[in-house]
Each structure stands twice: as structure tokens, then as C-alpha cells.
Design a protein around this ligand. Structure first.
Ligand code: UDX
Length: 469
């Protein structure tokens, strides 16, 4: 009897850090509310060496199931997600369609498990809706980008916006329901990047091909953060529920409160080194710099950021991924050891939560943006691609929690601009207003996820529906 009463979800993340993090955290939240959850991993997301990710009552953990490539060679070629995304995506889809039904079947027959009742999938996999329906499961896409960005991509899907834009539209303003007036460079980069991969463009629009047929639609944002566009979207599709920010350590729930990690990292963080270094710095004195898991800045841009940091004369902590290290100017690390620390990967949440951090120079990936907002850290936005320019627009002009660095004529953020923005955000004329707004948003984010808050209610209602189904 008890077996039917407990909802069991299978979660299918896109195996990239910026997509895995919100999926893992949402999973933990669902477990903490009594559901069982099994997360699908596939290379490059490895199951080996994952410590148990605790989340629930009585030490309940996330369950894992691994999809495996038929041969090692196929795995080698296919797991190069960044090198050849299209080929990876195709292989991934094939693996899911063959192996997911077996996993669902296995849990139906497992003594210690529960029948699966819902497939929670990254919105970049719209075909997963058919997989869910064929297996008799509820279908629930998770959108890991902002509601504003989703709305822009929806407009593309509806044929209301062309991507890329026409050459003669380059100077235009774009108006869309629920959104502020956007200039071309406030749109996701694919609108003006004429070399953008057509496969990715099609994929972004395809997220909306069948989403209205989904049983539940989740977005990693919160109502009060994107009030206007959220209420516009809610009027169109009442099934949309905002469940963010999906950030550990923000919850009042004691089991999650001390949790400063997402639990599943594709990179190894230098946690102790960062912690010790930050502990030695004064309150709000440090500039933290990171460009997420994918951005590959040009050498000139890296150089400008490096010298800009030096010129700011502030202590800085910079996460430079192993593959990007060679782009740092020669002698930069030696010349700045007094002031700076460069590590390949940081425990970002812990860093942002540290009192020593006073400013975040960020590419404005949606997770990084939400994390900074939720932890009250003012930002200097240096967007790189995809949704990041739109997030940067909101950071500077809508939420007013930071500045967006200006590009020079050659599309570079110069060292002078980096210095200027850091100084302005930390001690300039607008710094007080920026800090006030950051504090306000931090409170709003916490209210959304606290018991009875808008996101918490949305999650609870979903859990109730699944248990009663
Ligand atoms: C990508 C896209 O670039 C982003 O724009 C989109 O919204 C999601 O997918 P990514 O570039 O990796 O993600 O950026 P972001 O969304 O910020 O995610 C990076 C994650 O890695 C964050 O959760 C951050 O906390 C974590 N991180 C980053 C670390 O833990 N340590 C680091 O040193 C850097």
C-alpha cells in the first residue's frame, strides 16, 4: 500500500554544470518534502565517486542511475559535450529512449523502491515529453534560464522574432509583452552572433514546441524577481510554476541550511585554499571573478580583465578553469600574489556567502546571477554569450544590483573599464544604492523559498499532486 503513496520522480538533467546544479538542488528540495528521486547521469557526468547527496527526512539521499554508451569509443566521442554538442545531443537522446524505459521498469519491480510517477527533464529535451507519455508518467520540464529569456525564446518559436535578426535591425529596439524595451545587445547573443550554431538556435525555440502539453512546467526563478514577465507568462500558461532560486543553504529547513554545495561538480573545487584565503581578508573587501563552466574568453579579453583587476588594487579571487589558464598574461600570477588568488574552480556558493566578498565580476550565467542575487553580492557584469547579455541588462537596469561593463569598439572590455566598474560598485557614487538593492533582493529570494513563500508553495503543491495522483 505504502508503495503507491510515495511519489517517485526520475530527473533527467542536461549534463552541463549550469543545468545540473539547478536540477540537483530542485531534486534535493523534492526529497526533503518526502518524494523519492532518482537522477540520471551520463558521461561527462560520472556517477563514480559521487558522495551521497543527502536531502531528506531520515538521511534520504538522491538515487542515481547511469546511462551507458554501448562502447568505450562511442563514449569517448560522445561525451565531448562542448566540442560537438549536436553529436552529443543525438547520442544522448538515443540512450534515453532505449535505457530510460528499462530504468523505470526496474524501479517498478524493485522491492526497496517505488514505481516512478513523473519524469522531470531539462527543457532542452522537449522530446522527453513523448518518452514520459509512452511510459505513462507525468511530464515536467525544468527551465533553467530566466523567465525573461524563456519569453524571448518563446517569441522566436512563435515567429514573432527572427533569430538571428536581420542585418538592418541591428540598431532597433525590441518590444515584447512583459519585458522592458530591449536593445539588440540586451538580447541573447544568438540574435546578433552571425556564427551561432544553427542547431542551438533551433533547440532554444524547440523548448516551446510541446511545453503546453506538459503536466507541470517549472522555472528556476521566483515570482517577485521577474514580476511583470512572470505574471504575463502565468496568464498564458497557468501550469508554469516558479520554484527558484534553487540554492542550497538558503532554506530554513535545518537539513538543508548548512548545505553550501550542489553536490555534483564536473570540476574539483579548491575549497580549503579559497576558504583560508577569504578568512584572512576584511569584510566586503574582495572581488570574486568567475565566468562559469563554459565561457572561453579570448586571450586579449583575459589580459584586460587581469590587468583591470590589478589596477583595481583590491584583493581578488579568480576562478580560471584549467583550460583557460594559458591565456593569463605572462607573470600575472607572480606579479599579483600579494593581492590575488587564482584557482581552477571555486566552491562558488561558499565564496559568494563569505563576508569578505564585496563584488562579483561575472559572465552572468543564470545560476551565477541568481546565486549573487540571493546572497546579496553586487555584480560587475561581463556577459559572454547566450542568455548572459539579457541577465546583465536586468542586473544593471531592472534590479540595479550592479553595472554592466561597456565594450570598446572592438568588442572588448578594457582594463580601464574593469577597474572603473569595480571601483564604482564597491565604493563609487552608485555603490550605496547597489548595495541596498542587493540586500533587498536577498531578502526577497529568501522569502520565496522559505516555508509558505511563493516558490515553496509551488513545490509543495506539486508534491501534493504527485502523492495524491
Ligand atoms: C550555462 C550558460 O552559460 C548560462 O548562461 C546558462 O544560464 C546556464 O548554462 P555556465 O556558463 O556554466 O552555464 O554558468 P552558470 O549558469 O553561472 O553556472 C555555473 C555554475 O557553476 C554555478 O552554479 C556556479 O556556482 C558554479 N561554479 C562556477 C562553481 O561552483 N565554481 C566556479 O569556480 C565557477
Amino acid at each position: 500500500m505504502e508503495k503507491q503513496e510515495r511519489g517517485h520522480i526520475v530527473a533527467l538533467p542536461l549534463p552541463a554544470q549550469g543545468h545540473v546544479n539547478p536540477m540537483i538542488q530542485f531534486s534535493k528540495r523534492l526529497i526533503s518534502k518526502g518524494l523519492k528521486l532518482t537522477l540520471i547521469t551520463v558521461p561527462p557526468l560520472e556517477m563514480d565517486n559521487i558522495p551521497p547527496i543527502q536531502a531528506g527526512v531520515g538521511g534520504e539521499t538522491i538515487g542515481f542511475e547511469r546511462l551507458s554508451f554501448p562502447t568505450k569509443e562511442e563514449e569517448g566521442v560522445s561525451s565531448d559535450i562542448q566540442g560537438n554538442f549536436q553529436s552529443y545531443y543525438k547520442q544522448f537522446r538515443q540512450l534515453v529512449s532505449i535505457q530510460l524505459p528499462q530504468i523505470v521498469e526496474k524501479h517498478k519491480n524493485m522491492q526497496a523502491s517505488y514505481p516512478v510517477s513523473c519524469l522531470l527533464y531539462d527543457s532542452h529535451f522537449p522530446w522527453a515529453l513523448d518518452v514520459a507519455k509512452q511510459l505513462g508518467l507525468a511530464a515536467a520540464p525544468l527551465f533553467t534560464q530566466s523567465c525573461a529569456v524563456n519569453t524571448i525564446h518563446y517569441n522566436v518559436h512563435q515567429g514573432l522574432l527572427r533569430i538571428p535578426l536581420r542585418e538592418d535591425q541591428d540598431e532597433a529596439l525590441v518590444c515584447m509583452a512583459g519585458l522592458p524595451r530591449l536593445e539588440i545587445f540586451d538580447l541573447p547573443s544568438f540574435f546578433y552572433d552571425r556564427e551561432a550554431d544553427p542547431f542551438i538556435l533551433a533547440l532554444l525555440a524547440s523548448q516551446f514546441s510541446n511545453f503546453a502539453e506538459a503536466d507541470f512546467i517549472f522555472v528556476n526563478t521566483f515570482d517577485s524577481l521577474e514580476e511583470q514577465v512572470v505574471s504575463w507568462a502565468a496568464r498564458q500558461w497557468p501550469a508554469i510554476k516558479n520554484i527558484g532560486p534553487t540554492i542550497p543553504s538558503m532554506y530554513l529547513d535545518k537539513r538543508l541550511k548548512d548545505d553550501k554545495d550542489y553536490g555534483l561538480s564536473l570540476f574539483k573545487p579548491e575549497a580549503d585554499i579559497c576558504r583560508k584565503w577569504l578568512d584572512s581578508k576584511g569584510d566586503a573587501s574582495v572581488v570574486y571573478v568567475a565566468f562559469g563552466s563554459m565561457a572561453t574568453l579570448g586571450e586579449e579579453q583575459m589580459e584586460e580583465i587581469a590587468w583591470g583587476l590589478k589596477r583595481s588594487e583590491r584583493p581578488f579571487l579568480w576562478a580560471v578553469r584549467e583550460s583557460e589558464l594559458k591565456k593569463l598574461p605572462r607573470n600575472f600570477i607572480e606579479e599579483t600574489t600579494e593581492k590575488g588568488l587564482v584557482v581552477p574552480w571555486c566552491p562558488q556558493l561558499e565564496v559568494l556567502a563569505h563576508e569578505a566578498v564585496g563584488c562579483f565580476v561575472t559572465h552572468c550565467g543564470w545560476n551565477s546571477t541568481l546565486e549573487a542575487l540571493s546572497l546579496g553580492v553586487p555584480m560587475v557584469a561581463v556577459p559572454y554569450w547566450s542568455d548572459q547579455p539579457t541577465n546583465a541588462k536586468f542586473v544593471m537596469d531592472v534590479w540595479r544590483v550592479g553595472l554592466r561593463a561597456k565594450l570598446n569598439k572592438r568588442g572588448i572590455v578594457t582594463r580601464e573599464e574593469v577597474e572603473l566598474c569595480i571601483k564604482e560598485v564597491m565604493e563609487g557614487e552608485s555603490s550605496l544604492e547597489i548595495k541596498r538593492n542587493s540586500e533587498k533582493l536577498k531578502v526577497m529570494a529568501r522569502e520565496a523559498v522559505d516555508e509558505g513563500g511563493s516558490s515553496d508553495n509551488n513545490i509543495q503543491q506539486f508534491v501534493n499532486k504527485l502523492v495524491c495522483a
